[in-house]
Ligand binder design. Structure first.
Ligand code: IVH
Length: 681
């Protein structure tokens, strides 16, 4: 045992070593400007490891030794992002960039120039890093935007992610900072990794992005540490944590805190400059040491960003400009027709496998009948296939010059390829559907969705098992799942005592779930995870949801007419109601959500607008109310609590006076939202 004097000496030596190593690693990895030779660095690092080995009590969570990885985990924990990690809308042409600017102007009612930041869109994985009092405490994947996987130990192995934020003189470190950026593998790192895998006889990664994903999802972070991952930061969840006024200021402050910022980020005084930078980046693309698949354009002014706010999945203040897609030619072998859970019949091209943009493509959607006609496809045709970044591959056209003699044109089936039932294509719609309510393919797809990751997430019941259960007549609809017993499963092919018991246990576990998960699982058209989350926040319980009207749905920010109509249709349907009742009888219990909505400052208030507003557009004002938890009415009714009067307010003002409703002038309204939006919606 060391004496306490000795301990103090060691502690100091460790502190010195860490300080030196931190500095040298920063110079080497972030600034690419090392101060000492590699050998010297290695010597210091070994001394640190040695001392920490001998005095494990003196290890610290921000020691650079953490970068070599830690003992393997059993599973990844799930973390909830305090603020959701959104995705981006895409622009595929320059024209669409200017249309984006038009939308901004309309929404903000603004004619002044808008300043942008244009950044390479890195083709890696989005991650969030949470720093508490300057110390990296949690790192996670984006996941579905709300829930991600905790991969702190893996992220700590990345040298360009600071374990502790650098304090600059005169500026206190933020108590909490949620940093977002892209973890990626350079092309060189990717090539080296695949070379090694080829030598070891292991399967190769298709592209740097997949390789980076594989590295980040290692339960053993010591393996992650051997993969040369890198990181560029591009945002913070809440810019208020950095007291910045613009996005470029955010980036500058992040750089001061020790992060690496991409060198090709440009501050652009107009959309014309943005477009110029886009062309520049497209040219640079092939010379960069890492993959990028486009450019992200962000409104620089954080005040404007806040006014613009978010839609359900993406912010209004940013857009991703995608590079032209990579293309390749291959042969169309066949066309299959898939039947989805809504009965939609989708033609799928079966292709001679071909590599497009680094990924092997052997199937591509042909969308619908019109697309097939328009492309005049024949089996055996040579076709042009393209893939744009994360977009699913598609067939662009047939190269008719190469068409083999006697090739058979592709035509839509006349009956459902699965059940033989009638197909209907309603006038004005592009989709052909099987309208047989009992179509087994639709039911099966519905079951697959229900048990899948985006649904109830029931382990041990994959597509093949469900096909088997349906074929055995054990499961025909969703409630049937909850009547299954281990005794029924066991005798089936491929099942044993243990797997049957596990599957039943997983099914039973899924009985306790949230309203959001359940809504996303039961397959209401146009209702996915995001919309389900909005419905849960607004209604809390299934009973409240069942009592809601179309107008109630439309009051939710992020729900439009199509979704509202689909909800009404679903809940009015007898089959659906019977299914819900049966599920409840079988013990499905929805846990109440955390009270998010009512915690928002304008919860319980319903706003009605009248007259013209001067400072912002009507849509902006409405979006603001909804973001702060309030509701917006489209006409005077008993639920309205606040009337906001702009110029030339009409009859509504008189009505409001008679009804004793609170009346706000525009200035008062602006004051109210400014006061309340400090809470960061
Ligand atoms: S900003 C709300 N900036 O693109 C804004 N994203 O669809 C969110 N990405 O997977 C992101 N480079 O990881 C932003 N410079 C950049 C980016 C970037 C790549 C990725 C991001 C996410 C996707 C957004």
């Amino acid at each position: 045992m060391p004496t306490s004097d000795n301990t103090e000496v060691i502690r100091q030596r460790l502190a010195t070593l860490r300080e030196q190593l931190d500095l040298h690693a920063y110079r080497y990895h972030v600034l690419d400007d090392p101060l000492i030779a590699d050998g010297e660095y290695d010597r210091l690092f070994r001394e640190l490891l040695d001392l920490e080995e001998r005095y494990p009590d003196l290890r610290t969570p921000d020691s650079i030794s953490q970068r070599v990885g830690a003992a393997p985990l059993d599973t990844f924990a799930t973390v909830e992002h305090r603020l959701p990690m959104l995705s981006l809308e895409n622009a595929f042409t320059e024209q669409e960039l200017f249309e984006f600017e038009e939308r901004l102007r309309r929404f903000l009612n603004l004619n002044d120039p808008i300043v942008y930041m244009a950044e390479p869109k890195l083709d890696g994985l989005a991650v969030e890093l949470v720093y508490c009092e300057g110390l990296l405490t949690v790192g996670s994947t984006r996941g579905n935007g709300r829930l991600g996987e905790e991969i702190t130990a893996n992220l700590k192995t990345i040298h360009t992610i600071p374990l502790r934020l650098t304090a600059t003189t005169g500026q206190p470190l933020p108590a909490l900072l949620e940093v977002r950026g892209e973890a990626f593998l350079s092309m060189r790192g990717f090539a080296a990794l695949n070379e090694q895998r080829a030598l070891d006889g292991e399967p190769l990664f298709a592209n740097p992005r997949n390789a980076a994903a594989g590295a980040l999802r290692q339960l053993d972070s010591r393996i992650t540490a051997q993969r040369p991952l890198d990181f560029f930061v591009y945002a913070v969840a809440n810019p208020a944590q950095l007291a910045a006024a613009s996005h470029h200021e955010v980036l500058q402050k992040l750089q001061e805190l020790g992060f690496k910022i991409n060198p090709h980020i440009r501050h652009c005084a107009s959309m014309v400059e943005v477009a110029t930078h886009f062309r520049e980046l497209s040219r640079l693309r092939d010379t960069l040491p890492y993959d990028i698949d486009g450019m992200v354009v962000k409104v620089d002014d954080l005040g404007l960003q806040r006014r613009l706010g978010n839609k359900a999945r993406s912010p209004r203040w940013a857009i991703a400009a995608k590079f032209a897609a990579s293309q390749a030619t291959t042969v169309l072998r066949d066309v299959e027709f898939g039947v989805g859970r809504t009965g939609a019949v989708t033609p799928v091209a079966i292709l001679e496998p071909v590599t497009v943009g680094g990924v092997t493509v052997s199937r591509a959607t042909l969308h619908n009948e019109d697309e097939v006609r328009r492309k005049d496809l024949h089996i055996g045709d040579t076709v042009l296939v393209q893939r744009a970044g994360d977009v699913i591959p598609e067939v662009v056209k047939a190269v008719t010059e190469y068409r083999p003699a006697g090739a058979r044109p592709v035509s839509m089936p006349v009956a459902c390829p699965e059940c033989g039932g009638p197909l209907v294509r309603p006038a004005g719609e592009a989709v052909t559907r099987c309208v047989n309510q009992h179509c087994p393919a639709q039911r099966l797809q519905g079951l697959i969705h229900f048990t899948g990751k985006a649904g109830m997430d029931i382990d041990g019941l994959g597509k093949a098992s469900l096909e088997q259960l349906a074929a055995a007549g054990l499961v025909n609809d969703l409630p049937d799942l909850y009547t299954l017993t281990a005794e029924q499963l066991q005798p089936l092919d491929g099942w044993g005592e243990k797997s049957a018991a596990n599957a039943i246990a997983a099914i039973n576990r899924s009985k306790q779930t949230t309203l959001a998960r359940f809504l996303a699982a039961i397959g209401i058209r146009h209702v996915g995870e995001v919309t389900a989350g909005l419905l849960e926040q607004r209604f809390g319980t299934l009973t409240a949801l069942l009592a809601a009207s179309e107008a109630d749905f439309l009051e939710i920010e992020g729900i439009g007419e199509q979704v509202a109509a689909s909800l009404v249709r679903f809940f009015a349907d007898d089959t659906a109601r019977t299914m819900l009742a049966r599920l409840a009888d079988l013990g499905l219990a929805l846990t109440p959500p955390r009270q998010v909505a009512s915690a928002l400052p304008l919860a319980d208030r319903v706003f009605l607008f009248t007259g013209g507003l001067a400072a912002c557009s009507r849509s902006e004002a409405k979006a603001l109310v909804k973001t702060l938890g309030g509701q917006v009415a489209s006409a005077m009714n008993k639920k309205v609590t606040d009337l906001v009067c702009g110029a030339k307010a009409g009859g509504k003002l008189k009505q409001a006076r008679e009804m004793g409703i609170r009346i706000l002038g525009e200035a008062e309204f602006q004051e109210l939202v400014q006061e309340t939006s400090g809470t960061e919606a």
